[in-house]
Write a protein that binds this ligand. Structure first.
Ligand SMILES: *Cc1c(COP(=O)(O)O)cnc(C)c1O
Length: 434
């Protein structure tokens, strides 16, 4: 039995001074019951909690750590940068190098603006899209999450889905009035919205492979269809690649699916584990951003030297990393899990894309938020607890994606399958909550 007395004590103290004891809601583990683990350190594929327990980690900070925890090249870059000063509020060389690196990997981003989070990236991209089109309405998809900016908090995924928050108090009606919702993978719904409001829809924002309602890849033709509807109606297509960028392919989902967005938002991997986001697109669009253009957007710590050094180091390592091998290993893991669930008579649909996967506890197809919500989230919670008892961490919510890193080893994968095999079917049945 793992003792988590230190995590428990820290959580009690945290709850006194931090809302819910956490600085981002899903971490509180409310959706899976039980309490969060406080993490003391991480290395490669694993983390160690405040009580000294070691866990194999499929969260990987929710996506940024495609190289695993504390990758030596990233750690070294950050340490070197820190010794030279942590922030200047003036340009530094690594900003240029990182922007050049991003442009080389994603040709649709001729110019890039660095920000501090994915949330900032999507807010800024939307402002730019509204400015250049002169149209305010926005189409977003149910279950997609684009950070916590006001206009995106209508039927959002991730923590909003986990906690079943319909929207959120504090967001004025007027702000979400221009947010039009469509089901993911449903082109007809998008076409109908455009037909009804062609004069005022300036942007369509989409996770090109959805990761925040669990992993739901685009059906064939979906992204191409969005591209052509945007072209027809003069709206900008924004790919939110905060998760998929540099993960589903080095060039992101836009490279993998061969669809070119007008604007792209990045986060997570681009910071190598430090707080970075970015948005970019054609020179013509990005030249509208201040100070070159009139669309204001700024940040005291944007392009921070530590963050740039970390992101640059991560991308440089990723450029020579064996993506096909990682994808193959993840596929083998998923097949192995499917077999073990089948042997227990537990229906699952495991979605995988490159090094991400989600286990949906359902025997029905999942193509959008409505079908994702039909999966058995209570069973997922029991699965989460059963694996955590065995030293393996999955995301503490059914509406998330497991992240495999280049640091995960064949031994890690066998250990995962062995742990799963050791779960009694009853452990995943009602009445076994912690
Ligand atoms: C995580 C995420 C965001 C928000 O990024 P933060 O850095 O948490 O603000 C935006 N979009 C997508 C697709 C994400 O997964």
């Amino acid at each position: 039995m793992r003792h988590t007395t230190t995590s428990h004590a820290l959580f009690q103290r945290a709850k006194q001074r931090i809302p819910g004891g956490v600085n981002s809601p899903v971490r509180a583990c409310l959706a899976v019951g039980g309490e969060p683990l406080f993490i003391k350190s991480g290395r490669g594929s694993s983390v160690i909690d405040a009580d000294g327990n070691k866990y194999l980690d499929y969260v990987q900070s929710w996506g940024p750590l495609l190289l695993g925890h504390a990758h030596p090249a990233v750690t070294e870059a950050v340490t070197r940068a820190a010794a030279k000063g942590t922030s200047f509020g003036a340009p530094c060389e690594d900003e240029v190098l990182l922007a050049e690196e991003v442009a080389a990997l994603m040709p649709a981003l001729e110019m890039v603006r660095m920000v501090n989070s994915g949330t900032e990236a999507t807010m800024s991209a939307l402002r730019l899209a509204r400015a250049v089109t002169g149209k305010n309405a926005l189409i977003k998809f149910e279950g997609c999450y684009h950070g916590h900016g006001d206009p995106f908090l209508a039927s959002a995924g991730s923590g909003v889905a986990t906690l079943s928050i319909p929207g959120t108090p504090g967001v004025p009606e007027a702000v979400v009035q221009d947010t039009l919702l469509a089901p993911y993978n449903n082109l007809e719904a998008v076409a109908a919205l455009f037909a009804a409001r062609s004069h005022d829809i300036g942007a369509v924002i989409v996770e090109p492979a959805a990761g925040n309602m669990g992993l739901v890849p685009p059906l064939p033709g979906f992204l191409e269809g969005l591209r052509s509807l945007c072209d027809t109606y003069g709206a900008l297509l924004i790919f939110d690649e905060v998760i998929t960028g540099f993960r589903v392919a080095l060039g992101g989902a836009q490279a993998r699916y061969g669809v070119r967005p007008d604007l792209t938002t990045l986060g997570k991997i681009i910071g190598g584990g430090l707080p970075v986001g970015a948005y970019g697109g054609s020179r013509q669009l990005m030249e509208q951003v201040a100070p070159e253009g009139g669309v204001y957007q700024a940040g005291t710590l944007s392009g921070n030297p530590l963050a740039m050094a970390a992101g640059l180091a991560a991308l440089r390592v990723l450029k020579t990393s064996p993506y096909p091998d990682l994808e193959q290993q993840t596929e083998t893991l998923c097949r192995g899990m499917e077999e073990r669930f089948a042997a227990k008579g537990i229906p699952v649909r495991i979605h995988r894309l490159a090094s991400m996967f989600t286990i949906f506890f359902t025997d029905r197809p999942v193509v959008d938020f409505a079908s994702a919500k039909q999966a058995d989230a209570a069973r997922y919670a029991r699965f989460y607890q059963a694996m955590r008892r065995r030293g393996i961490l999955f995301a503490p919510s059914a509406f998330e994606t497991a992240m495999v890193s280049f640091a995960h080893t064949p031994e890690n994968f066998s250990a995962t399958l062995e742990a799963l095999e050791g779960i009694e079917p009853g452990e995943l049945s009602p009445g076994n909550e912690d």
